[in-house]
Ligand binder design. Structure first.
Ligand code: AHR
Length: 305
């Protein structure tokens, strides 16, 4: 009988198991842990997959090398959560030439759309816009000083969030005192916020952090400086992982825009279709919500991650 992996061009075996190489960014955040878990659960042996997992520790060259190694191993499909958008053309062409479909999840690439089969992700620009709209509504009509903790430079998550945010606060009375990357980690969020506090102290009214983890690191820095997070400095973040939502419910964060990490099931479904030669959409966007402090209190116990 015909079977999925032997009928796929990059097929590595003669059984029904689909071998998938997954190139994850790293393990920088709570969001990332939830995303990795979601992928591993969906790509289980029980569901007909053999998953080869690689996390590149947020080093773009290591991630390209991982994808190249998946090609050399002759996997049936590659799932890629690209650290940065640029630099993918060559290795994606190599995958295409080897007949191995690449499915993007989470972030996108700047390479031509013909070089990947599908993208399952989030509307990062809308996430930034929703965060910016909250800031504009609450601070837009009074002189306000803001600092920004950006995600990994060159990642579609950081670029698109900032684009959406900037559009939403354009024309308001908000001044950006400083904006630097904290690479989506708690540790760097803390260090960069310490620098902001040394430079600007109590002049800072609002912090926009591109993810919860950097906001949580900043929260520690703010407390250590003798200020009250959520009151002296209001904090807006993106992700809505458990620790972030707890800070929001406790009044230490002020607003969170969700970024849904549970992309595994949809990604596995798309990979199965692609390997079976069925047509799929180029883009699947997963819905996000947003939360105020009151809403966080209501939903905190029922959050799955
Ligand atoms: O690409 C999604 C972003 O990457 C999440 O917001 C962040 O927490 C993660 O590391």
């Amino acid at each position: 009988t015909a079977c999925a992996s032997s009928s796929s061009p990059g097929g590595s075996g003669g059984d029904d198991v689909i071998t998938v190489g997954f190139a994850q960014t790293g393990s920088e955040s709570g969001w990332r842990s939830a995303n990795t878990e979601s992928i591993k659960e969906a790509f289980s042996a029980e569901n007909g997959f053999d998953l080869i997992f690689n996390a590149a520790d947020n080093k773009p060259e290591a991630q390209i090398a991982a994808v190249r190694s998946f090609i050399n191993q002759g996997v049936d499909a590659i799932v890629l959560a690209p650290i940065v958008s640029d630099g993918w053309d060559d290795v994606l062409k190599e995958a295409k030439d080897a007949g191995i479909p690449v499915i993007l999840e989470d972030r996108t690439v700047s390479a031509s759309e013909d070089l990947y089969a599908s993208w399952i992700g989030l509307d990062f620009e809308q996430e930034g816009k929703t965060a910016g709209e909250w800031v504009a509504e609450n601070f837009g009509s009074k002189p306000t000083n803001m600092v920004i903790l950006e995600g990994t430079t060159g990642s579609s998550a950081a670029t698109d969030r900032q684009t959406g945010f900037d559009a939403a606060v354009a024309g308001t009375d908000i001044t950006v005192l400083d904006s630097q990357t904290g690479n989506f980690t708690r540790a760097e969020g803390k260090t960069v916020m310490e620098g902001f506090l040394q430079k600007f102290g109590s002049e800072i009214n609002v912090l926009f952090a591109h993810n919860d983890d950097m906001g949580l690191g900043a929260l520690d820095a703010i407390k250590a400086a003798g200020m009250k997070p959520g009151t002296d400095i209001q904090i807006v973040t993106i992700d809505a992982v458990k620790d972030g939502m707890t800070a929001l419910a406790n009044g230490e964060f002020n607003f969170i825009v969700e970024c849904n990490p549970l992309l595994g099931e949809k990604t596995a479904e798309v990979v199965k279709s692609v390997v079976a030669g069925e047509s799929v959409d180029k883009t699947y966007i997963v819905e996000d919500q947003s939360f105020t402090q009151e809403q966080a209190k209501e939903v905190l116990d029922s959050r799955p991650y």
